[in-house]
Design a protein around this ligand. Structure first.
Ligand code: MN
Length: 272
């Protein structure tokens, strides 16, 4: 099995090294990761300049590519350079990615980029805080999760995994999106000017069987994610309650777009 390991904390993160070591038990590991930390980069890509990489070596002789790009860039480049990547592992991120954090996370974006390229993607995150994570103690748990996701189950294609500091087991969960923890916190800079921190506030009352609930209860959380954000229920109901020109569009436009139409719209999206 060919395994591409990436992250958003940067190629020299101890979390990436711990993940690469655990992954080596399951296949050939290649590391392609950002040259600097790109946490909260979400799914941004670098379209205004070319990407390049330098080869570097991590402890233990693990060869790595450090890329002047975002997590999504790194996975796209890694899949391009790799000789048939089977799975992309992103992490171990230093900081949990729970609930709405999935939208901001560069860690999950790297795994999502894999899925968009037709490759399985698994994002893995551990707690951040004053108390450093004991990666050696976590290693058997990382291997158990990888053993399940790489050897036992062939779906889901995109999984978000979060490890508590002292796990007591592994559970399947859904994303805790009932509450959003993003907050703007006003402050003053040294010259007494107004500045604003985009920060997070604690969220209470995480529902049972959500990712946040699981990690609070010291369970490792595995959440299957899907890339399609279409709200199927609303689409079905609203198209019937408020018909627009859908029927006429179906009548006069082909069911599948032509290559010419697709190319023309693509130019309008990207410019020349
Ligand atoms: Mn990060």
């Amino acid at each position: 099995m060919r395994i591409l390991v990436s992250n958003d904390d940067g190629v020299y993160s101890p979390g990436l090294l711990a993940l690469a070591r655990a992954a080596a038990r399951f296949g050939d590991v290649h590391v392609v990761a950002p040259d600097v930390e790109r946490s909260s980069a979400s799914h941004s890509i670098t379209a205004s300049r070319p990407l390049s990489y330098r080869v570097t070596e991590l402890p233990g002789g693990i060869k790595a590519h450090r890329v002047n790009g975002t997590p999504a860039d790194c996975v796209a480049l890694g899949v391009h350079l790799g000789d048939g990547v089977d799975v992309v592992l992103s992490g171990l991120n230093l900081g949990l990615n729970l609930g709405h954090g999935i939208w901001h996370s560069g860690t999950i974006a790297a795994a999502k980029q894999a899925t968009m390229l037709g490759v399985r993607g698994i994002a893995l995150s551990v707690p951040a805080g004053d108390d450093p994570v004991d990666f050696d103690a976590l290693q058997p748990w990382v291997e158990r999760v990888l053993g399940c996701l790489l050897r036992t189950v062939t779906t889901p294609q995109l999984v978000n995994v979060n490890f508590p500091r002292h796990p007591r087991g592994v559970v399947w969960t859904r994303a805790a999106i009932q509450h959003y923890d993003g907050r703007i916190v006003p402050a003053k800079d040294p010259l007494n000017r107004d500045v604003y921190w985009f920060s997070v506030a604690p969220v209470d009352a995480a529902d049972r069987a959500t990712d946040r609930w699981a990690v609070e209860q010291h369970w490792i959380s595995m959440t299957p994610l899907e890339v399609d954000p279409t709200d199927e229920d609303v689409l079905h109901d609203i198209a019937r309650a408020h018909p627009m020109d859908d029927e006429r569009a179906r009548a006069v436009s082909p069911p599948v777009s032509t290559p010419e139409a697709a190319a023309a719209v693509r130019v309008e999206e990207a410019g020349d």
